[in-house]
Design a protein around this ligand. Sequence first.
Ligand code: HEM
Length: 141
Amino acid sequence: MLGTAQLTVTSSLTALRLFLHVGAATIWVGGQFVMLGLLPTARSLGSDATKQLARAFAKLSWPAFAVLVLTGFWNLAALSGETKSTGWNMVMGIKMVLVLLAGLGAWLHGRATTKAAMGAWGSIAGTASLLALLGGILLIG
Ligand code: HEM
């Protein structure tokens, strides 16, 4: 006997909320890893190339970060109280610390004057962003 396949379609407002949140995450997190991958090539293009690429990326990454924070609060408002167990709230708290660290790390990375500081803040921003992404997956309600 053939079973009946059921397709659940997410409501359009929920789809928009998650599309904006996840879409912005792909730019903020993915972009940092693309920049890391392009670094050796950028360095071979001249002494100023990495700076110019970083400046161009900042014009994409900071608006994406702003969209992440705005839609993050939208997520919080949209989820019902039942979803927010003690464990859920703990993961949310850890994710907020990671988001702050990601933003602060990226900001200090952009202002660093030594290569060591640039590398350290860049690594902190990248790692915190990746872990915030994992936190987001754990929060799906
Ligand atoms: C670096 C920044 C961030 C990244 C990379 C990120 C990533 C993600 C991802 C991938 C999801 C899973 C979405 C899904 O498919 O359902 C998610 C969910 C979520 N995020 Fe974020 N997020 C960030 C910032 C924030 C902020 C600032 C807040 C709160 C102010 C927030 C609150 C939430 C909530 C509540 C959910 C669960 C949404 C739901 O299940 O409907 N996020 N996040």
